[in-house]
Design a protein around this ligand. Structure first.
Ligand code: IVH
Length: 693
């Protein structure tokens, strides 16, 4: 990016952020969940950087969840950093019984225990969540921090305060300073509920409860965290004024007395065989538990011995995690289904012959995208090895080539959308193939309709997302023109639950109010991929009206020649956007939908509204302006719209190329930067005067 961002509109940024979030989440899943990244670290970083840039510029348009990055990765922007008083370390892993034997022997040797001397140990479930340090002062919760990189985490106090079973006040006497450590997790029931909700809203689904817990803890708005019922299990301590107990078992009991919940399936053992018995017993409970566990943690019970054993590198000598083997199974891939998402993304899904893996019947697996299918050479009819590693939706690890039946064929994603038949295209660098059908595609229709009535589009008051959904489901509307025909269905509307004369008439009046619309709004409302408010405005200004634009698109459909050059020459357009625009405008079914809409509404030339202002402010056209601080007379939205109306470029950050900064009440860093760079700073009144108000 140059230091002067494009005048990208908020709506466009919102769209791009949503796409980036999904893409980043996909790469995260590959990297952490499957250890199989498909892009270089540098490319990944570029995506994250682009996302953060947009998020910083349009924080109010960021998706509710920023892309989840795993615990242990760098702290996310937005939370204050907390340096842990005692580092939050990790555990060594034992993968088999031999490793467990070595652990016990190592401890005995280190402590120089006589062969007959007893060694008490505990075995407790290893919760697959997110580790958190809770700091209590005088018995009150004062801080909660994530693990981060172990040395420094994020201050998530406000969010953790919303977790019901985290005591805000300890019951019973406690040291003045007490740091309790444990695991935040999301129970399966809640995970299912959350993903169902996200699916309904067209948001990317969380791959597993751990990611979902991590994402929930890192919500910028604590109310969003509160809405996702998280739980906490306590097991350890960090900074503490005095030795908390003589044994780990006694410590766990103390935690209970203070009001913490401790995972209830722990056991005690005297030797490796006892630990392995406990591992088996907890493993057998695993599929019946309402939360994910990924192993059993063994700890030396005596705390004075723990202190003597100390740490080796980043892990304690007194504890080890005995992981459960990932659950695998073989089954037959019966079919590859292709789903079409809200953004038109075609997603291949494996339909498996149902099989039980780790106590759960599995009949679907993710296939991610066509590149992945090609890489693993997965074909319908193959016997595949699937693995459930904490993830609710299993992965296909590999194909049993030795069991491949004859006559199988490599899989190809269709080049047309299975829902609407429109062309499905992959763009340069994109791993996803997308339906270009837009409005004609049922899979995308509801979201498109929501976009259609949104603020930057037809802005129909009282016709919210929920109404669109229910009207669509009940067949009242399926395309934009239907909204303007709702008045013919007044009687049906009146019969609907929750609708009375008044509310129906208010809605119909609001719709009537929007029957006259400027061309740029009309264009933006169509929801053509990549055509945001800014591009719509530029196109509207350039072509003046629908007929001229359509004509140009038809001439440009050869992707060369004068009309094409003219189109891609428009500021901010570029070949990718132009492609999308031409594909949409020349698709006969989109044409039908647009014609139907055009028959219902009157499209005005965009500039018609304030022609005089444009003339007056002629010399401001093309100049760059930044709004900062709180404006008194105008909303930020109106101020921006006004600047754009007279042809100015509204940008989010100040650089040497910025022409004006309008500084409202409590303007901060942007105003300072403008001062440093010698950029003209205007008060709101000066701006109003200058812009001809
Ligand atoms: S004890 C010095 N006990 O596992 C670290 N950890 O792989 C002592 N974990 O970061 C950790 N359940 O987040 C301990 N019962 C348990 C645990 C547990 C889950 C997590 C914890 C730790 C990670 C290490």
């Amino acid at each position: 990016m140059t230091d002067e961002p494009d005048p990208m509109e908020a709506a466009e940024a919102a769209g791009e952020m949503a796409r980036l979030a999904a893409e980043i989440a996909d790469h995260d899943r590959r990297y952490h969940g499957e250890d199989a990244p498909v892009i270089s670290d540098a490319d990944y970083d570029a995506l994250v950087r682009r996302y953060s840039e947009l998020e910083t510029r349009f924080p109010d348009r960021a998706p509710v969840d920023t892309p989840d990055r795993q615990v242990g990765s760098r702290p996310a922007a937005g939370f204050e950093k907390v340096v842990h008083a005692r580092p939050m370390l990790s555990l060594r892993n034992a993968f088999d019984e031999e490793d467990v034997g070595e652990f016990v022997q190592g401890v005995r040797r280190f402590l120089n225990l006589a062969p007959e001397a007893p060694l008490a140990m505990t075995a407790e479930a290893k919760i697959d969540g997110l580790s958190i340090a809770l700091r209590y002062e005088d018995g009150r919760l004062v801080q909660a921090a994530t693990r981060g990189d172990g040395r420094e985490g994020e201050n998530v106090t406000r969010n953790i305060e919303t977790v019901e079973n985290v005591p805000k006040r300890l019951s019973g006497p406690a040291p003045d300073v007490l740091e309790v450590r444990g695991e935040i997790y999301m129970a399966h029931g809640e995970f299912g509920r959350l993903n169902d909700e996200r699916e309904r809203e067209g948001l990317p689904l969380y791959a597993n409860p751990r990611n979902s817990a991590a994402g929930s803890v890192r919500q910028i708005d604590p109310r969003a965290t509160a809405g996702r019922r998280l739980r906490f299990f306590a097991y350890g301590w960090g900074e503490i004024g005095e030795r908390p107990a003589d044994t780990h078992s006694a410590w766990l009991e103390r935690l209970g007395e203070w009001g913490f919940e401790v995972e209830p399936n722990g056991a005690r053992a005297e030797d490796a065989a006892g630990l392995i018995d406990a591992h088996r017993a907890i493993g057998e409970l695993r599929s019946a538990l309402d939360y994910d566990i990924d192993g059993v943690v063994y700890k030396v019970d005596r705390i004075d011995w723990q202190e003597r054993l100390g740490f080796a590198g980043r892990a304690p000598r007194w504890a080890i995690a005995h992981k459960f083997p990932a659950e695998r199974a073989e089954t037959v891939l019966d079919a590859i289904l292709v789903q079409v998402g809200r953004t038109g993304a075609l997603t291949p899904v494996a339909a498996l012959r149902p099989i039980t893996v780790g106590g759960v019947v599995v009949s679907r697996a993710t296939l991610h995208n066509e590149d992945e299918i090609e890489r693993k050479d997965i074909r319908v009819g193959d016997t595949v090895v699937i693995q459930r590693a904490g993830d609710v939706i299993p992965q296909i690890l590999e194909v049993r080539l030795d069991r491949r039946p004859e006559g199988t064929e490599p899989f190809r994603l269709p080049e047309t959308c299975p829902v609407c038949g429109s062309e499905a295209r992959r763009e340069g660098g994109d791993v996803v193939r997308r339906c270009t059908g837009g409005l004609v595609c049922r899979a995308q229709a509801v979201e498109r309709l929501k976009h259609f009535v949104s603020r930057g589009g037809f802005d129909i008051e009282g016709l919210g997302r929920k109404h669109i959904e229910t009207f669509f489901a009940d067949g009242l509307i399926s395309a934009p023109a239907d909204i303007f025909r709702l008045r013919e269905r007044r009687a049906e509307l009146l019969e609907r639950e929750g609708w009375g004369e008044q509310s129906v008439d208010n809605l119909l009046a609001a719709i009537e109010e929007r029957r006259v619309v400027t061309f740029d709004r009309f264009l933006f409302a169509l929801g053509i991929r990549h055509i945001g408010e800014g591009n719509a405005r530029l196109l509207a200004r350039h072509y003046g009206g629908l007929d001229a634009l359509r004509e140009a698109a038809a001439s440009a459909s050869a992707r060369e020649g004068e009309a094409w050059d003219d189109l891609i020459g428009i500021d901010g357009m570029g070949a990718g956007r132009a492609e999308d625009l031409v594909a949409f405008l020349t698709d006969p079914r989109s044409r039908e939908i647009v014609d139907a809409l055009a028959a219902e509404v009157t499209v005005e030339k965009s500039g018609d509204v304030h022609p005089s202002a444009e003339e007056e402010a002629g010399d401001l056209a093309g100049k760059t302006i930044v709004f900062t601080g709180t404006l008194a007379a105008l909303s930020r939205r109106e101020a921006k719209a006004r600047a754009e109306q007279i042809g100015m470029r509204v940008v989010g950050s100040v650089s040497a190329k910025t022409d004006f900064v309008v500084a409202g009440e409590a303007a901060g860093s942007k105003k300072r930067k403008a001062e440093e760079l010698g950029v003209t700073i205007l008060t709101e009144d000066e701006w109003l005067g200058l812009s001809g108000r």
